[in-house]
Design a protein around this ligand. Structure first.
Ligand code: NAD
Ligand code: DAU
Length: 354
């Protein structure tokens, strides 16, 4: 048996592929465009492993996707591929529309054609799992209940709007064509292999480099943090037992203001790798211009996946963040490798006005 994973060289996709092959002998075909966020080095432990076939390519390349489906006959397709960084979507939405909407459309078309031609047992067993985000639900006020699966869609950034559009397409392919789909909407992930443009890895990397730790606005925006390996186990649970056409929210019951996150990272670094002058890394915190349209609060109600599929996270924020900081301390070569020229250009543009 085989699964086709898209975006499997990115942060969550590579964690998913590594975890999958640690627990199963089912072959993975990994289709990834290798944008700035895709990194084949994330998959280095799989070098020479016949259970993993990496293909560089675009989910929007209909001919390539059709050929891969025909050749490998997967029993499931898991779509992680996306442009994923909100700030980049604000500076330049085009790629987000192209990959997250148009790319997902082409992928759906090819999967639909492949699925329609399967024999009845294979057709019945087949699944398309679309990996999405809590950001499609918009922003919560402090006293609002957490997002359930029936919360209205109210995306606020080009990124979240493009993910919302992709969710709607996936839903429509189920209702119109009967395509056996599952959608997951997850909260903020953190953990190993996280590209250092996102809050937690950026803070870990900047702190050690003696650079400012840029906190947007008042730092009181709230995110609901989940260790990436727990997101991966939730996706496996939904793939195995999710009801067709359903969406499942995934979250860690871990709401925290950004400033608390940054302070926690500083405190762990103070303990694990103290500064030479023995001052706290907190002294590097710098308040900068807020993100335009910045969502104030996300929170996931993860009761449905817990009750229906028995899933729950294994890491608390305290255990997960300690593992994460330690992973970055143990892997300076990975950090140096991703900090390419293109990455430095992005940091210079994004933080120029602050
Ligand atoms: P990422 O940016 O780290 O990785 C995305 C991967 O997709 C990269 O390897 C990139 O090369 C690849 N890719 C981009 N465009 C492609 C295309 N057209 N064709 C094929 N591959 C392409 O993102 P991530 O953080 O790993 O997120 C993975 C998925 O999970 C995304 O769909 C994202 O919306 C969703 N998600 C992320 C989070 C989070 O906190 N990071 C939370 C919830 C949901
Ligand atoms: O909620 C799920 C989403 O989480 C995913 O769908 C996205 O793909 C993922 O990137 C993430 O989006 P966020 O915008 O929440 O993550 P980010 O790490 O960019 O920012 C987290 C919070 O920290 C947010 O409130 C903005 C703030 N921030 C971020 C950066 C990069 C700062 O204060 N300073 C920064 O330098």
């Amino acid at each position: 048996m085989t699964i086709l994973v898209t975006g499997g060289a990115g942060f969550i996709g590579s964690n998913f592929v590594l975890d999958w092959l640690a627990g199963s002998d089912e072959t993975v075909v990994n289709l990834d465009k290798l944008t700035y966020a895709g990194n084949v080095h994330n998959l280095a432990p799989l070098a020479g492993d016949p259970r993993h076939a990496f293909v560089q390519g675009d989910i929007g390349d209909a001919g390539l996707v059709a050929a891969l489906l025909a050749q490998h006959q997967p029993r499931a397709v898991l779509n992680f591929a996306a442009e994923s960084h909100v700030d980049r979507s604000i500076l330049g939405p085009g790629e987000f529309i192209q990959t997250n909407i148009v790319g997902t459309f082409h992928l759906l078309e090819q999967v639909r054609a492949y699925w329609a031609a399967l024999d009845t047992p294979a057709k019945t067993a087949f699944r398309l799992l679309h990996v999405s985000t809590d950001e499609v639900y918009g922003s919560l006020a402090a006293s609002d209940p957490a997002f359930t699966e029936t919360h209205r869609y109210e995306p606020n950034s080009p990124y979240s709007a493009s993910k919302a559009a992709s969710d709607h397409l996936v839903r429509a392919y189920h209702h119109t064509y009967g395509l056996p789909v599952l959608t997951t909407n997850c909260s903020n992930n953190y953990g190993p292999l996280h590209f250092p443009e996102k809050l937690i890895p950026l803070m870990i990397v900047n702190a050690q480099a003696g650079k400012p730790l840029p906190v947007y606005g008042d730092g009181q925006q709230i995110r609901d943090w989940l260790y990436v390996k727990d997101h991966c186990s939730a996706i496996r649970a939904v793939l195995a037992g999710g009801r067709l056409g359903e969406t499942y929210n995934i979250g860690g019951w871990n709401e925290k203001p950004n400033l608390d996150i940054v302070n926690t990272v500083c405190d762990l670094l103070d303990e694990l790798k103290p500064r030479a002058d023995l001052q706290s890394y907190r002294s590097q915190i710098s308040y900068v211009t807020d993100r335009p349209g910045h969502d104030r609060r996300y929170a996931i109600d993860a009761r449905k996946i817990g009750q229906e599929l028995g899933w729950k996270p294994t890491e608390t924020f305290e255990t997960g963040i300690r593992k994460t900081v330690q992973w970055y301390l143990d892997n300076p070569d990975w950090v140096a490798q991703v900090q390419s020229g293109a990455y430095r250009d992005w940091v210079a543009t994004q933080y120029a006005q602050s």
